[in-house]
Design a protein around this ligand. Sequence first.
Ligand code: AMP
Ligand code: ZN
Length: 450
Amino acid sequence: MTMELKLYDTLSREKRVFRPLDPANVRMYVCGPTVYDFAHIGNARPVIVFDLLYRLLRHLYGADHVTYVRNITDVDDKINARAAEQGISIRELTESTYANFKADVAALGCLPPTVEPRATDHIEEMKTLIGRLVASGHAYVAEDHVLFSVPSMPDYGRLSKRPLDEMIAGARVDVAPYKRDPMDFVLWKPSKAGEPGWPSPCGIATPGRPGWHIECSAMSWKHLGETFDIHGGGIDLVFPHHENEIAQSRCAFHTPVMANFWMHNGFLQVEGEKMSKSLGNFVTIREVLNDWPGDVVRLAMLATQYRQPINWTVKGLQEAEKALSGFFDVTAGEADAKPAPGVLDALRDDLNTPKALAEMHALKNNAGRKALAGSLGFFGFREAEFKAWQYQHAPALAVEPADIESRIAARNAARAAKNWAESDRIRDELAAMGIKLTDSKDGTTWEVAR
Ligand code: AMP
Ligand code: ZN
């Protein structure tokens, strides 16, 4: 059993041993949702993956020694447009959308992060960073915008390692006339009449609002410091979002790194296709939770290692339900146990969840029961909720429970008389009605077969 935690770091392109800057306060920042509508099932992936990492870090360093920050982007063009459409303030829109998001991720069994900062509560920190960047020659004011000067940072682009022309295409940069270089990106922009705005920094007279990237530099700084341990998000955020966060933070603080580990989850596709409203395969977390319990969604998500792409299918959900059902069948009543060492070892290897789940399947014998129960608890699976869902969704019984009990009694009598043909006949008859019997030294129990 190894004691080390190894994580794949996108910046160095290798799996490295994780050593926190301060083991008494392990610090992780994950880019959170832009809250203008219900989150989709792809958005659930980073939430579940980094929840598992949070649980692992708490296990390894102590629950009070991990700070997990997941921000809320509550100002952005889509939010402004949606709020204007509905005739409400952006705060009203984002409050209700965020309440929905919180309910969704709680149903998925995710722990609340230590801090969930809102961008609009950190405008002052953003302006401080912007002021510093301008003062040190890394940013400039042009036509009421403040822009980050990409050529001012010699090693810009290390995270995404893309050739410059590809980056320009990827960023879909509009080559605005006020930009000194096409790669330069917005730190602050003017707000039009009717749009939300705040007093601008750097002597700009018109009110304005922050660019998206500066929000995360400001919030991670405020809650985790200039340099921290882990920065996470989906793979789509590598460029430009994370590349630009690194540029802002490192240039504002004159630090060699922003975070020591950059972790990115792979993308989720639905039934083999990119999820999109036009293809009609766009699913919200809420819609999935209407049909499935949170734990099944959670297991279906973790059945694939987090860096791999995941194909979200009904079949995958059905398999997850079966697996959970099998786990809980053997662990009933085994609360408060510790996770199995083999399961933890797999997770310590860059969150190898497929291996961890295989280890858990191997524990489904009598001797492994306690360790399996402990592992299920560690993963955040909730037996009572899952069983309640199964009970509600069980197919209608073709036979009354009292009738089942009397048939079981008749079968027991047949068995006592060593009349195996009769006892088998009764068992097969019940099976035909969808009732599965399990014999143990404590007697016979029945359940609806699945
Ligand atoms: P957004 O609200 O679009 O900024 O996304 C919030 C988080 O969900 C980010 O970490 C994204 O990288 C992630 N994300 C968005 N779409 C997907 C997807 N289809 N699969 C996996 N992660 C996604
Ligand atoms: Zn971010």
